[in-house]
Design a protein. Structure first.
Lengths: 409, 165, 162
């Protein structure tokens, strides 16, 4: 005969649980903390804390000449460093009034779109991992290795690339780099075939659709008010893309569409990113064909003619006086930047990455501010998960593509 | 819609109040007195011709040499319909840096203002939750102001001469 | 390493290390590449990465540790059960890296004892595997009584850990 222990009336009903979805998460999303108040499994309220990887980029940038800031921009959205680097170089070129030759623009487009593919690839496969499908991640990471190899041919580094210079690239793309690019773009054995397989696994998969449809939706008006940009905004229905609205680096010469979703939920974000990867592949092919059209002397152009900001060639440094002086000034960081303020932005993996540079004529920026898309749209997280379940919050977090380095800077 | 028409509309609505008209690198920039910031933002939002309904960026700059106006809060706005951007600044005195908060109009201003408070100490009146966001909560100074150093001061193993501080 | 029993235990321990990937920033992505099929950490016995400190052997700190995150790293270290090892991956975890600024902890060895440092920004996966193999060497050479010795207790006391 067992005795039932009767709990006093009202002791456990109508009490909410506080759950700390702490800074150390499994699934390596990044370090940010969410304190959730749960009623059973429904989320009533969530408070986010960020700053666990605040590294004071903006203050460091006030001490460094323009070149030394490029490694800092790498570490913003570290899944797609070349996009950040190019954004910074474009800002400097706007301030310094440097004109970029077409071939350099097209090479930059190739690198930027590769970076975009590598960012969206991680985001989509991690959404897969969070719903329980680990294999998709392993399959596409192989192609991220191929992208790393292409970066290595150009700049020597895999992840935090610091690729390019103010005015172009540090060296011309070797034939090996183009060979690797062709291997990546190959329709049968390259990334397009793998992306097709990845799509087949997820897009019409019953379980995946049930998990992600209706999870963390946001309307277009609300998204604009929250300052959303990038794939998250496009999934909500607004076709704002910096590449089309303020074209930079000759993007107006390319033919691509902007995929747009309807409800802004996780499934739409997944589909938008997926389609953007296809569009990026198409842009890379177009850019590669355009680059191959340059023949002879034009095919050797890989930087702008700007001796004050681009390191001169070593043989000139040893023989000509001006080249020696420029080399010294650039390396020692003694070139003065013209005074003024400029705001320039690029379409990074997560949205509009803006750089607000204020210069007072000195050698280092007076103030440099990064307009970081992740930081701005993470505010909406509370509204996105309210009323949903805990596992939906996890998927929402991963489908928003939150990168802690960009959030905290 | 050109910079000229925007300037005309703004000077019509706020005569003799807006100053500092410039166009660095093509972006129209102007300054308003501290107390007018919400009025200007609201006008730019509601006006059927101007329609600046997207707050791209909000941050501050510290000018220690401009006594009486050391902290500048800079708003970057974007009109997505006609694809035009403008920049709008308000200056505040460092001894009493109170600026009205734009959170009621733009939800994205919430954390951007917290970041500005955290780094510069600008007190946004009417903000729902003005506490530090990126730095540790116990910090008692505003690190981005020009008078504070970059490096950690308690470190003993880095030699200042060798590391060029 | 006196007895055959110790040899067997060391062999078992070194080939079945379960790491806890404490990934904060860019080095975390390089770790994901190391775990992927190209560089494969799983062949060293780390098929299962544990995210719970109670079940792991090796704490791999990857990425910059800010002062806000410091107490959390310490908490995770304290929750680990003996024998435990720590690998600092990346320049930021070893010594603060390129971020010589006020919010960044200049190296995790200011708060927890570290066994192997893997420098690099980020270190290549081959370097991580090399560091991992050094951990394996340390595990192999450690006796069964090190964790009870006075020297070890003094080491921990130096960090304020009981």
């Amino acid at each position: 005969m067992s005795e039932h222990i009767l709990l006093p009336e009202g002791s456990i009903e109508k009490q909410t649980t506080t759950l700390n979805l702490g800074p150390t998460h499994p699934a390596t999303h990044g370090v940010f903390q969410n304190i959730l108040e749960l009623d059973g499994e429904r989320i009533l309220k969530s408070t986010s804390t960020v700053g666990y990887i605040h590294r004071a980029f903006e203050k460091i940038a006030e001490r460094r000449p323009l070149y030394q800031i490029t490694p800092l921009t790498d570490r913003l959205n570290y899944c797609s460093s070349p996009l950040n680097n190019m954004g910074w170089h474009l800002t400097c070129e706007k301030l310094l009034d440097v004109k970029i030759p077409k071939r350099v623009d097209y090479l930059r487009v190739i690198i930027m779109e590769l970076a975009r593919i590598s960012d969206h690839l991680i985001c989509n496969s991690i959404v897969g991992v969070d719903t329980g499908a680990y294999t998709g991640f392993l399959y596409v990471m192989q192609f991220r290795e191929l992208i790393y190899e292409i970066y290595e041919e150009v700049c020597g580094s895999r992840l935090t690339t610091t690729i390019g210079r103010i005015g172009g690239f540090e060296r011309n793309f070797t034939p090996k780099a183009f060979e690797k690019l062709e291997k990546f773009l190959d329709k049968k054995t390259g990334y397009p075939a793998q992306l097709k397989e990845f799509e087949n696994m997820f897009t019409r998969n019953r379980i995946f659709m049930d998990r992600t449809i209706g999870c963390g939706p946001i309307g277009a008006e609300r998204a604009l008010n929250y300052g959303f940009t990038g794939p998250n905004l496009r999934a909500a229905g607004v076709d704002y893309d910096v590449r089309v609205h303020t074209p930079y680096s000759s993007y107006e010469d390319f033919d691509f569409i902007i995929p747009v979703g309807t409800t802004g939920d996780c499934y739409d974000r997944f589909l938008v990113r997926n389609e953007e990867m296809w569009q990026s592949l198409s842009i890379i092919e177009q850019a590669y064909r355009k680059v191959q059209e340059f023949k002879g002397a034009e095919a050797e152009v890989f930087h702008a003619d700007s001796p004050a900001y681009y390191l001169p060639e070593k043989k000139d440094v040893y023989t000509k006086m001006e080249a020696l002086i420029y080399h010294f000034k650039i390396v020692m960081g003694e070139t003065d930047i013209p005074a003024g303020e400029v705001y320039s932005s690029v379409e990074a993996g997560n949205g509009e990455l803006g750089f607000y540079l204020v210069s007072d004529g000195g050698r280092t920026p007076y103030r440099l501010h990064f307009r970081r898309p992740c930081f701005i749209y993470y505010q909406a997280f509370e509204e996105l998960v309210k009323g949903g379940m805990l596992s939906d919050a996890i998927i929402t977090m991963s489908s928003l593509n939150l990168i802690a380095g960009e959030m905290d800077a | 819609m050109t910079n000229e028409t925007i300037k005309l509309r703004l000077t019509e609505k706020f005569p003799d109040v807006l100053t500092g008209w410039e166009e660095p690198y093509g972006m129209l920039t102007f300054t308003a007195p501290k107390d007018f910031n919400l009025k200007v933002l609201q006008f730019l939002y509601d006006d059927t011709e101007l329609r600046f309904r997207f707050l791209t960026d909000l941050q501050a700059v510290h000018y220690p040499d401009r006594t009486g106006e050391e902290l500048a809060v800079v708003y970057h706005l974007h009109n997505l319909f006609d694809n035009v951007r403008i920049r709008f600044k308000v200056f505040a005195d460092i001894t009493k840096p109170d600026v009205f908060s734009a959170t009621a109009l733009y939800q994205s201003a919430n954390w951007m203002e917290r970041e500005t408070y955290d780094f510069y100490g600008v007190n946004f009146l009417g903000h729902p939750n003005l506490i530090r966001i990126l730095n540790v909560d116990e910090m008692d100074y505003f690190p981005m102001r020009k008078e504070f150093p970059l490096e950690e001061q308690t470190r003993v193993d880095k030699d200042d001469e060798m590391f060029g501080r | 390493m006196a007895t055959n029993f110790e040899k067997v235990v060391s062999l078992a321990r070194k080939n079945s290390i379960w790491p806890l990937p404490f990934a904060t920033s860019c080095c975390g992505i390089e770790f994901m590449a190391t775990m992927g099929s190209h560089y494969d950490l799983a062949r060293f016995g780390s098929e299962r990465v544990s995210f719970s400190p109670r079940q792991c052997d090796l704490l791999m700190v990857m990425g910059t540790i800010a002062k806000k995150m410091g107490p959390i790293v310490k908490q995770v270290y304290l929750q680990m059960a003996e024998p435990r090892w720590v690998l600092a991956m990346g320049a930021c975890a070893c010594s603060g890296g390129i971020f010589d600024s006020y919010p960044v902890l200049q190296g995790i060895d200011q708060i927890i004892p570290v066994d192997v440092y893997v420098p690099g920004c980020p270190p290549r996966p081959e370097a991580v595997l090399d560091g991992f193999m050094k951990i394996q060497d340390l595990v192999n050479a450690e006796g069964l009584r090190r964790r009870h010795s006075d020297q070890y207790k003094d080491l921990l006391a130096g960090y304020g850990i009981q």
